[in-house]
Design a protein around this ligand. Structure first.
Ligand code: AMP
Length: 393
């Protein structure tokens, strides 16, 4: 029987959604509300390929969700709210509790709240989305899909930090890995496109404003670059990625900053923006570098270098490499970044065809490349919708 399932990705001032007719996975409507919390909220959506945009006051997430539901009704995508039988929420941190999607109840909500200390930017907002839907679609079943869940197969030798053991045992301080729905989608899609033989040992590079790399063996995550929180790993748009931990107490003492100041600096003022002083957007850095801006070029060089280092490390974890996939905003669109990253991977058998790279083709490896190199648009929402179906079943 067909079911209408909503996939929700709630951010601090945004809400992305897709309404699916499952199990066919037909997208009935997709869209996004931006600038939640302002009088000029922006609502954009698409129904059957036709796009619309409007501006309206969006004081909070509740108002944004009400707006989405009203539009679903007024555009006759649904005739009644009750047609939506399930809502899947992307939730940032599942900690030690969740390695699978779960039906949301009071206990799950309290655990998501408890885990907010580990993901202060995301878990509270995800919970806000969940509670707003509970009020507005009380009959629908709500399911939490955790960013960390796909990584529950990472072995202890890769997730342990070399801290006193009690921090791990009593407080769950370990590597978790994030962007699970995206890496899971890439693992499945690559296998579907290129076959199991060609995708035994795969590295998924999710390069967006946030970014992470995952080493995937036979469809399972065995290591991922984000850690205890999404701040770790490669340089990101405004996040530092990995740094020497001693830098933190040093700057706290030297510049009289408290942990809140440091957290803000590491999450919002660092990364590509921090190095370049211009922008967190690769397009701006590319333009600036072309006109001779040295710090923009430095930011690009550091970015590509760190990605290369993780690919080298993960090839070791996988004991070889069959397929390398680029995805998310930068991975899908920046031929420059892909070229820079691949330029020093010849020793692994990675060689790209620059014309295919420039054209953003699905397969961009050269004919004599030993490794398959692919550009695959990610689709976190379909993983969320499938997870909802699995839980409802
Ligand atoms: P995401 O977080 O996946 O939405 O990715 C956002 C980032 O993708 C932006 O900050 C840009 O750096 C990058 N991006 C998006 N479109 C392009 C493009 N056409 N060329 C290069 N980079 C892009």
């Amino acid at each position: 029987m067909s079911e209408k399932i909503l996939a929700i990705n709630a951010g601090s001032s945004s809400l992305k959604f897709k309404l699916y007719d499952m199990p066919e996975a037909k997208v009935l409507m997709s869209g996004q509300v931006d600038r939640i919390g302002s009088q000029t909220g922006e609502f954009s959506y698409a129904i059957a390929g036709s796009r619309s945009k409007s501006v309206a006051p969006m004081p909070d997430h509740m108002a944004a969700i009400q707006h989405v539901i009203d539009t679903l009704l007024s555009s006759h995508v649904i005739q009644s709210k009750n047609e939506i039988s399930g809502v899947g929420h992307r939730v940032s941190h599942g900690g030690r509790y969740y390695s699978e999607p779960v039906l949301i109840d009071e206990d799950v909500k309290s655990k998501i709240k408890e885990l907010s200390v580990l993901s202060p930017l995301h878990n509270p907002v995800n919970l806000m989305g969940i509670e707003a839907f509970e009020k507005l679609l009380p009959h629908a079943k709500e399911v939490a899909v955790f960013d960390t869940a796909f990584h529950h197969t990472i072995p202890a030798k890769a997730y342990m930090y070399a801290l006193p053991y009690s921090y791990y045992k009593d407080h769950g301080i370990r590597r978790y890995g994030f962007h699970g729905p995206s890496h899971e989608y890439i693992a499945q899609k690559a296998q579907e496109l290129f076959g199991a033989e060609r995708t035994h040992r795969l590295i998924s590079c999710h390069l967006g404003n946030g970014g992470s790399l995952t080493a995937i063996r036979d469809g399972k995550s065995i290591n991922s670059s984000m850690g205890f929180t999404p701040l770790a790993g490669i340089v990101m748009g405004t996040r530092s990625g990995d740094i020497d931990p001693e830098i933190i107490p040093f700057i706290e003492e030297e510049f009289n900053m408290d942990s809140q100041d440091v957290r803000k600096m590491l999450n919002h003022d660092s990364g590509l923006l921090g190095i370049s002083g211009i922008s967190n957007d690769i397009r701006d850095l590319d333009k600036a570098a072309q006109t001779g801006n040295e710090r923009a070029q430095l930011a690009l060089d550091v970015y590509a270098h760190q990605i290369q280092q993780y690919i080298g490390a993960y090839t070791t974890d996988l004991e070889g490499l069959d397929t390398l996939v680029f995805t998310a905003g930068i991975g899908e669109h920046s031929a420059l970044v892909r070229k820079m990253v691949c330029s020093r991977l010849r020793y692994l058998g990675v060689k790209i065809d620059e014309a295919k790279n420039q054209a953003n083709e699905i397969s961009i490896e050269a004919e004599d490349s030993r490794v398959k190199v692919a550009v695959i648009p990610t689709d976190e929402e379909i993983i969320i919708a499938r997870d909802v179906m699995a839980v409802l079943d």
